[in-house]
Design a binder for this molecule. Structure first.
Ligand code: HEC
Length: 242
């Protein structure tokens, strides 16, 4: 019986691993793949703010639409650039060669980014851009030092500055400050925006998770019903033994 309990518990453990391995303190993000509205907002943010540089070349627009409950019409209106077909892969229009020239590196494909970097890392990274006049893009990041990516969400977040303290000879990061009136969103709203974005990236890394959720319910229901004949059969077999 104990074996069954362990098996049952194992089924309940989510497939996504959450491990932090950076030296920077990571903020925790609440990922909820059942929140379709959040995933839809995340998908819109992704195509408006990320797809110009990054691809998600393992996904197709219509698959995302089907999984997240977005109609073809809304996919075309809100998620796609002109000329794309609904069955196309989500590929950036930026030629890799130009990207290399402009940024020094090609922006990586983000299909599996939530697996190679965990969700807490992504969440903290997206919130940790700060103004740095010494950097070519004008931005730097406390989680990813000297990153070549600019803060693409600065209009929402505002001009964020990193405040450092000196401890002896060392300059240690203390906290962030945002120039007043520069962001369209409050810090709380911006946190929710990044949560939606990370939620979508986690989905993107494993789209089948949503299908598994649906199947999982039926499997557990089936096993539960199966328990009844199994129990009756066990009683029947053991009757002669006792
Ligand atoms: C203007 C182009 C551009 C846009 C737009 C952009 N990025 Fe980037 N991004 C880059 C570049 C270039 C890098 C590589 C940085 C490096 O290696 O220094 C990068 C790196 C990243 C990384 C780190 C990947 C890794 O693990 O090395 C993540 C995560 C990321 N981007 C997420 C996003 C998200 C999410 C968006 C949309 C909100 C976005 N990016 C929009 C250019 C862009």
């Amino acid at each position: 019986m104990r074996k069954h309990v362990i098996l049952f518990m194992a089924l309940l453990v989510p497939a996504v691993g959450f491990t932090a391995s950076e030296s920077v303190d990571l903020e925790e993000v609440y990922v909820n793949l059942r929140d379709k509205a959040s995933l839809q907002r995340g998908a819109t943010l992704f195509s408006n703010y990320c797809l110009s540089c990054h691809s998600a070349a393992y996904s197709r627009y219509n698959r995302v639409g089907r999984d997240l409950g977005i109609s073809d019409e809304n996919i075309k209106k809100n998620l796609m650039f002109a000329g794309d077909k609904i069955g196309d892969l989500m590929v950036s229009t930026m030629p890799a060669k130009d990207a290399q020239k402009w940024f020094g590196v090609t922006p990586p494909d983000l299909s599996l980014i939530a697996r190679s970097r965990d969700p807490d890392w992504l969440y903290t990274y997206m919130k940790s851009f700060y103004i740095d006049n010494k950097s070519p893009s004008g931005w730097n990041n406390t989680v990813f030092e000297n990153v070549a990516m600019p803060n693409v969400l600065f209009e929402l977040q505002g001009n964020q500055r990193a405040i450092y303290e000196t401890h002896g000879d060392e300059k240690v990061f203390s906290h962030f400050e945002i120039d007043e009136g520069t962001g369209q969103q409050t810090p709380e709203e911006f946190d929710l925006t990044i949560t939606d974005l990370v939620n979508f990236l986690v989905y993107l890394g494993e789209p089948a998770v949503l299908v598994r959720y649906k199947i999982g319910v039926f499997v557990l229901l089936f096993l539960f019903i199966l328990l009844i004949p199994c129990y009756l059969m066990k009683k029947e077999y053991w009757r002669d033994v006792h």
